[in-house]
Design a protein around this ligand. Structure first.
Ligand code: PLP
Length: 361
């Protein structure tokens, strides 16, 4: 078998090896059913057990309160960008958005089709390299939306933003979900495309408070009403069965690791090593404001595009893949989600040190 290499991709991203090994077996026969996971009806007893286990693990790991539903839907986080305002924002209302990167901007663009948007803060003035401290909310926002981790720019909210009164807080947690404990009761909705911390692309996790499900209009397309998925247990139509299966396996792996607090410690240790190296490096510079650094996506540059390209080529040759930064930031980005092994971070630091020695001016 081809040897696996260190995959720093921002998404789809590295998955835990034991999960992939189990999936290999379950592709041929899920348990002793004689039918592979891809071939089981979503209504079969075997798949319902997979579904229920995934949901139960999600509730257990994140401590999801009783008055919230866990939904597995399709269309990626990008579909939530418009499903949320379609259900929760009317023409005469305003929703507040914290704009901390390209994904928040895309969410704003969609929301504007359904109602008014107040950009309560933005860090676009400095290419989204920080999380603004000052937030100016509108009088009575229908909800407040923020992106907890900015995949492209390598910034992350240290904790939930304060919101006025009982305004529902909505979070796009696509790139840091379950990387640390979160208090679901502070949120109206938390959603995430699975392809970074949860599993393959094609399944989107939505954790939503019951009253928000009921609030949505019933004269919008059936598939875009939260109540449809809530009432049908995410089985109104054929759900992304393989995605839900892998997500369940990943959550079991997370539980075996010790849960979200242990994951947070591991993530702090991994990212901490890398930032420590960057802070003392004379060649590589981190691009995100120190107080807002992401534990998931570590962005850095040399300041010389040719040298960046040379480093990326050298790192790729050394078995470190996917380090090229997003074109809007340039340089390098090391995406080190939950499943990314610490040994890969060590190898990256070693490769950077060597490159720095060879390229010292
Ligand atoms: N939000 C964030 C923070 C992301 O990083 C991404 C994808 O990288 C998206 C949304 C878009 O997700 P999807 O491709 O599932 O629509």
């Amino acid at each position: 078998m081809t040897e696996r290499i260190y995959n720093f991709s921002a998404g789809p991203a590295a998955l835990p090896l034991p999960v992939l090994e189990q999936a290999q077996k379950d592709l041929i026969s899920l348990g002793d059913t004689g039918i592979g996971i891809l071939e089981h009806s979503h209504r079969s007893k075997a798949f319902l057990a997979v579904y229920e286990a995934a949901e139960a693990l999600c509730r257990e790991l994140a401590g999801v309160p009783e008055n919230y539903k866990v939904l597995f839907v399709q269309g990626g986080a990008s579909t939530q960008f418009f499903t949320i305002p379609m259900n929760l924002l009317s023409k005469d209302q305003t929703a507040d958005y914290l704009v901390t990167g390209s994904w928040s901007k895309k969410a704003v663009k969609e929301a504007k089709m359904f109602g008014n948007v107040n950009v309560a803060c933005s860090s676009e003035d400095q290419n989204f390299s920080y999380i603004p401290e000052e937030v100016n909310y509108s009088e009575k926002p229908a909800y407040v939306h923020f992106t907890s981790n900015n995949t492209i720019y390598g910034t992350e909210f240290a904790s939930e933003p304060e919101v006025p009164g009982d305004t529902p807080l909505i979070c796009d947690a696509s790139s840091d979900i379950f990387s640390r404990p979160l208090d679901i009761s502070k949120y109206g909705i938390v959603y995430a495309g699975a392809q970074k911390n949860l599993g393959p692309s094609g399944v989107t996790l939505v954790i939503i408070r019951d009253d928000l499900i009921e609030q949505g209009p019933s004269d919008i397309p059936t598939m875009l009403q939260y109540r449809t998925h809530s009432e049908a247990g995410s089985m109104y139509n054929t759900p992304p069965t393989f995605g839900i299966y892998i997500l369940g396996q990943v959550l079991q792996w997370l539980k075996d690791q010790g849960g979200l607090s242990v994951m947070q410690e591991k993530n702090q240790a991994k990212a901490g090593k890398l930032y420590d190296y960057l802070d003392q490096s004379k060649l590589f510079k981190p691009t995100a404001a120190k107080k807002d650094r992401s534990l998931m996506n570590v962005t850095f540059v040399t300041g010389d595009a040719d040298l960046d390209a040379k480093f990326i080529a050298q790192a790729t040759a050394a078995g470190l893949d996917g380090l090229k930064g997003h074109r809007s930031v340039g340089g390098m980005r090391a995406s080190i989600y939950n499943a990314f092994p610490e040994a890969g971070v060590d190898k990256l630091i070693e490769t950077m040190s060597q490159f720095e020695q060879e390229n010292a001016s």
